[in-house]
Design a binder for this molecule. Structure first.
Ligand SMILES: C[S@@+](CC[C@H](N)C(=O)[O-])C[C@H]1O[C@@H](n2cnc3c(N)ncnc32)[C@H](O)[C@@H]1O
Length: 283
């Protein structure tokens, strides 16, 4: 059987199980099993035979995917803003929307300035890893409540040779954070789904991320109420906070951040959904 035959077989099986993008997923799993890149796949797929054991492994992964296992949990990695990162069931799989959050932040940063940064809810460590790779003069305190996620973040920082003088991982529950340290930038992609909705999404296997990474409390807004206090206590006078939020939450978050104290900017994502807010203290 050629690599192309295996690809088509995988695609057909995924199609039968109503996977939304069977061709892409068959390709991703095949590249993973063969440890080749897309260019090699295109060049050799028609003439090269797939080794039997690799074919078995590929079909094994396809079967797991058909049973509903998350694609990224199967290959245990994801690409986030150009960086390959390790992921597992203990971390939220980094999303393209968060790449947009990081993109907005990087555009705001001046390469000649030094920044002290606080990141809240680091998960896989995707956000500090990308900032550290794209700015030479930063010091990030990255907070995470879930110890198992923090282990993955540590692995990802090691994978990309990012030392703790640049990114300091801290096992802290942000609701118990009582530091008065001031930061130039505070960034977060917090849990923002209402508790009841989170339970339904997980039950229906619409998502397969940890509950703690999704649950934003009764109305999904617990973290934003806390962020207001953190901005008052921990932001440098000329600093700013930037964070992601869920669809339709913009107006509710604007109500939380009383505009007599804060200047507010907001952004939509590539699908034109309200997604990112930046707040600054009025001077
Ligand atoms: C939506 S995920 C974001 C993960 C990662 N920053 C990303 O963008 O892919 C939110 C993260 O916040 C963490 N978290 C939840 N509650 C927390 C708390 N009280 N204190 C600190 N971190 C918390 C979760 O474990 C999870 O890793």
């Amino acid at each position: 059987m050629t690599i192309n035959d295996a690809y088509n077989k995988g695609k057909k099986l995924l199609q039968q199980s109503n996977i939304v993008n069977p061709s892409l997923e068959s390709e991703i799993l095949l590249l993973h099993v063969l440890n080749i890149d897309k260019k090699q796949f295109i060049l050799y797929r028609k003439q090269s035979k797939i080794p039997f054991l690799k074919l078995l492994k590929f079909l094994f992964l396809i079967k797991k995917r058909q049973k509903g296992k998350n694609l990224f949990h199967l290959i245990k990695k994801v690409n986030f803003y150009g960086l390959d990162l390790i992921v597992d069931k203990n971390v939220l799989i980094p999303r393209p929307e968060t790449e947009e959050l990081v993109e907005i932040l990087l555009k705001k940063m001046d390469q000649n300035k030094k920044y002290s940064i606080l990141e809240i809810g680091t998960g896989s460590g995707c956000i500090p890893a990308v900032i550290a790779k794209n700015h030479g003069n930063i010091r990030i305190d990255a907070i995470e409540k879930n110890k198992k996620a923090l282990k993955i973040a540590k692995k990802n920082l090691q994978l990309h040779y990012i030392g703790n003088q640049k990114v300091n991982l801290l096992n802290i529950d942000i609701f118990k954070f009582n530091s008065s340290k001031k930061y130039d930038i505070i960034i977060s992609n917090p849990p923002y789904i209402a508790s009841d909705e989170t339970k339904i999404l997980l039950k229906n296997k619409t998502v397969s991320d940890p509950y703690i990474s999704l649950n934003g409390g009764t109305d999904g807004l617990d973290f934003y109420r806390l962020f207001k206090n953190i901005c008052i206590k921990n932001l440098n006078k000329r600093g700013f906070m930037i964070f992601e939020h869920g669809m339709g939450q913009r107006s509710k978050i604007l109500e939380i951040f009383n505009d007599e104290i804060f200047n507010i900017e907001f952004y939509n994502d590539m699908s034109d959904i309200d997604r990112v807010i930046i707040v600054k203290r009025k001077l």
